[in-house]
Design a protein around this ligand. Structure first.
Ligand code: AMP
Length: 141
């Protein structure tokens, strides 16, 4: 497996070098909107500690990461009045991974509505901003 590359896009977001629609931050993670959502409210939870994926992650990273993913799952369900929530996590290209910094996808789900394709179409920034606002509001309540 290749080494962690600090030039990956999520590392740049973590360093504030490129923008994101951020919805949550704590000591261990940030969460922001996926720019090519597979459904409304598709959020990414990203640990601050560098690892390529789950295969090289420090186990200490995983507890805070999934604790935050749980918070975000509840928040997106509430924010979009969803029927359920899908969490996904990919490791290496064979599995569908495209960005090589560990992350968890959190996607609100609605009965009978399939997911859109992975890394499909870019969403409009104003839509992402509005959805981020709804998730931040749900996290506050
Ligand atoms: P994965 O295939 O699990 O590595 O997922 C990477 C995800 O990152 C995909 O769902 C992309 O739509 C998303 N993505 C790529 N670039 C950005 C970005 N700059 N900001 C937010 N999400 C991104």
């Amino acid at each position: 497996m290749a080494d962690y590359d600090p030039g990956n896009i999520f590392a740049k977001i973590l360093r504030g070098e490129i923008p994101s629609h951020r919805v949550y931050e704590d000591d261990a993670v940030i969460a922001f909107m996926d720019v090519m959502p597979q459904g409304i409210g598709h959020t990414l939870v990203v640990p601050k500690a560098p690892s390529r994926n789950i295969l090289d992650a420090d186990p200490a990273t995983l507890g805070p990461l999934f604790a935050a993913a749980q918070k975000l799952a509840a928040a997106v369900k509430k924010a979009f009045n969803a029927d359920g929530v899908t969490l996904m996590q990919f490791n290496e290209s064979a599995s569908g991974q495209t960005v090589y910094h560990l992350h968890v996808h959190v996607i609100p789900r609605f009965d009978g509505v399939p997911l859109k394709p992975h890394s499909g179409q870019m969403e409009k920034p104003e839509v992402l901003a509005e959805n981020a606002g709804k998730i931040r509001a749900a996290l506050r309540n």
